[in-house]
Design a protein around this ligand. Structure first.
Ligand SMILES: NC(=O)c1ccc[n+]([C@@H]2O[C@H](COP(=O)([O-])OP(=O)(O)OC[C@H]3O[C@@H](n4cnc5c(N)ncnc54)[C@H](OP(=O)(O)O)[C@@H]3O)[C@@H](O)[C@H]2O)c1
Length: 257
């Protein structure tokens, strides 16, 4: 029997894509779930699917991670149902690819509030209870794009926020170590989800895309390491092609080529 059985987890952005795949993987381990996303239809559908196929509790809480009141509600409802939170998986994210000079100005706030502030705020809301419990695991969905320097063309606002998130998580890892809390960043390569479906250039050749399998496995690995160990970062990157090339069609030579 898995040690994870009966634990509780919040997974943001779990109505579809990587978050949904993680939710199913955690349910397989017997972990009770709180699922969060903005659109109630797909969120409830995912919750129902998991309830039908796994013997775990599933709470669906409509949440916009850009809104502090929604994050407070998400955590309060989880605590009320499960008593305490063992695992936080910060995964909700949006994308915006564009040459910088053409990128809609309103995209910046949406990206910053979803992909950076949403993560930091939710961690701040749960962290004091985890410190009091002297345990907890916080896993954050960063991005393989943070491994590129310079950042991938047409992707610099998204990627620079993920760089900031990655740096924050690394700092948090050291601050939380003495409290018995584990902090892990996952750096996925280009994965077959709605988020990448918008990238017309790569969906023509789907063999280049990863499925969610390696990400699910990385998370289960991170949650199963011995108590005195914590994977700080796990990169799961596409093997078939260099990371950036399928995402960003280079119109000119990359500066370091
Ligand atoms: N796919 C990739 O290649 C890839 C690579 C590296 C990193 N990532 C990261 O992995 C994470 C998941 O991406 P994905 O590919 O699974 O994307 P996806 O298929 O588009 O799913 C995104 C999920 O986040 C939710 N979401 C978006 N904005 C939200 C908000 N403001 N509040 C609450 N939930 C919100 C969506 O539901 P609603 O729209 O209903 O809210 C959905 O459940 C993101 O952080 C992304 O940056 C993805």
């Amino acid at each position: 029997m898995s040690d994870l059985k009966g634990k509780s987890a919040i997974i943001t952005g779990s109505s579809r894509g990587i978050g949904k795949a993680i939710a199913i993987a955690l349910a397989r381990e017997g972990i009770n779930l709180t699922l969060a996303a903005r659109s109630e239809g797909p969120l409830n559908q995912t919750a129902d699917e998991i309830r039908k196929t796994h013997k775990v509790e599933v709470l669906a809480v409509r949440t916009d991670v850009t809104k502090l009141a929604d994050l407070e509600n998400l955590y309060n409802k989880t605590k009320k149902k499960y008593g305490k939170l063992d695992i936080l998986i910060n995964n909700a994210g949006v994308s915006s690819q564009s040459p910088f000079e053409k990128q809609p100005i309103e995209d910046f706030e949406r990206l910053a509030h979803t992909n950076y502030l949403g993560y930091v705020r939710l961690i701040r809301l749960v962290i004091n209870d985890m410190i009091a419990n002297k345990s907890g695991a916080i896993i954050n969905m960063v991005s393989g794009s943070t491994l590129c320097d310079p950042l991938p063309r047409n992707f610099i606002v998204y990627s620079s926020l993920k760089v900031g998130l990655r740096a924050f998580c690394k700092g948090l890892f050291w601050e939380m170590r003495d409290h018995g809390i584990k902090v892990t960043s996952i750096l996925p390569g280009v994965t077959d989800t709605d988020l990448t479906g918008k990238l017309k250039e790569i969906t023509g050749d789907t063999s280049r895309l990863m499925t969610t399998k390696a990400i699910e496995d990385a998370i289960i690995f991170a949650l199963n390491v011995p108590a005195n160990v914590c994977p700080l970062e796990i990169s799961v990157i596409n093997q078939q092609t260099p990371w950036t090339k399928p995402v960003i069609p280079f119109k000119q030579a990359h500066p370091d080529k």
